[in-house]
Design a protein around this ligand. Structure first.
Ligand code: CAA
Length: 380
């Protein structure tokens, strides 16, 4: 087993780190306070080739490997988990659905190019008010009418929703068939009957935008079918396996970002006549957190390599998502405590990181759902 990163992987990591320090760091506190997305920063990521990093060049991507993408997402999330999830939803979920579909290669290229080239944003629309953890509880329906499908229903908690140009939307085609009839459509913004609805006001990842979507007799041509009726649910599940690797990278990045702030603080801050790290209980806690982060990192890289090298990755993605996002919540909570009063202040960043960490344990399948997936496989 080789634990060394390749030169290309180290490059991808460095490019993302430099971009984060040079650009995202400038206005992170303001964007969080105003719940504002920076299109300029996203466009720069697009020009740098980050968004389509793991996809073929002829599809608008960079032809990089999956671990390079994961490393760059981890770097960005060390400081800016909002931009991290915007990136992950575009790359892992939106592009992931298209690439995992049975569409011919030319059609895949046509559909992912705008997002993979970083010129447009994409969203993944599965969740509904009645279909969260129970994704099969979906009620949005598409009914065929000649050369078109007519979609009615609504979606909620859609990351990038207010910003996206393209949406992969999962619908039933016959309520009596349930998920056995689920399909997936590509819905571009602005089509009649489709509305990017009310923005959600969130606790964390405040500069990633999230909203509801409404479909009211929205007519979509048959050529926009991404998955035939009956193939939509498995496509959503397979793509979420990839999405979970993205959220794991986001969680790991948050944990590492908070850890680094705490480490610096313990070395600089003096109380009782010595730096805080000389209090052994604090130094030991940091040692434990370092182990937790390292464990999470190897589980994440294992999942990324399983995907990259064509091995099954449902299980390794679920494990990585569980461990990395629990580490994010634990490390950020500890960091706030170690920084004391300062930890509670916005300018020290760890309170934002703690708020951002919470959602990573919830979205793309709550951590309880990861345990459901893993325990189901243990006892089948
Ligand atoms: N890959 C491929 N196919 C899969 C699969 C996978 N990983 N998992 C399940 N399937 C297939 C099964 O093989 C089965 O196929 P057949 O019917 O042909 O046998 C079918 O899907 C149904 O499988 P289950 O019986 O296991 O389905 P279920 O209804 O019991 O649900 C679940 C399973 C794991 C709980 C699922 O509902 C789930 O993942 N829930 C969480 C939903 C979720 O993650 N939502 C995230 C929303 S997106 C988001 O958060 C993004 C964002 O904005 C940041």
């Amino acid at each position: 087993m080789n634990f060394e990163l390749t030169a290309n992987q180290l490059d991808a990591q460095k490019i993302a780190r430099d971009f984060t320090e040079r650009t995202l760091a400038k206005d992170i506190l303001e964007r969080d306070a105003a719940a504002e997305f920076s299109r300029a920063h996203f466009d720069e990521m697009g020009r740098m080739g980050l968004i389509g990093l793991p996809y073929p060049v002829e599809m608008g991507g960079q032809g990089g490997d999956y671990l390079s993408y994961v490393l760059s997402l981890e770097e960005i999330s060390k400081l800016d988990a909002s931009m991290g999830i915007t990136y992950s939803v575009c790359t892992s979920l939106f592009c992931g659905v298209i690439m995992n579909s049975d569409l011919p290669t030319e059609r895949k290229a046509e559909l992912i190019r705008p997002v993979a080239s970083g010129k447009a944003l994409g969203s993944f629309a599965l969740t509904e008010p009645s279909a969260g953890s129970d994704a099969a509880g979906c009620k949005t329906v598409a009914v065929r009418d000649g050369d078109e499908w007519v979609i009615n229903g609504s979606k909620c908690f859609i990351t990038n929703g207010p910003l996206s140009d393209y949406f992969v939307v999962f619908t039933l085609t016959d309520p009596a068939l349930g998920t056995k009839g689920m399909a997936c459509f590509m819905v571009p913004k602005g089509v009649p009957g489709f509305e990017q609805g009310k923005r959600h006001d969130t606790m964390g990842i405040r500069s990633a935008l999230v909203c509801e979507l409404y479909f009211n007799n929205c007519r979509i041509p048959t050529e926009n079918l991404v998955a035939e009726p009956g193939k939509g649910f498995a496509l959503a599940m397979k793509s979420l396996d990839g999405g979970r690797i993205g959220v794991a990278a986001q969680g790991l990045g948050i944990a590492e970002g908070a850890f680094e702030i705490a480490r610096n603080y313990l070395m600089e801050r003096e109380q009782f006549g010595k730096p805080l790290y000389k209090q052994q209980h604090l130094a030991f806690r940091m040692a434990e957190l370092a182990v937790e982060i390292e464990q999470a990192k190897y589980m994440l890289y294992k999942a990324a390599l399983d995907k990259q090298e064509g091995r099954p990755y449902t299980e390794s993605a679920a494990k990585a998502k569980l461990v990395c996002t629990d580490a994010a919540m634990h490390v950020t909570t500890e960091a706030v405590q170690m920084l004391g009063g300062n930890g509670f202040m916005k300018e020290y960043h760890v309170e934002r990181m703690m708020r951002d960490a919470k959602i990573t344990q919830i979205y793309e399948g709550s951590n309880e759902i990861q345990k459901l997936i893993l325990s189901g496989r243990l006892f089948r």
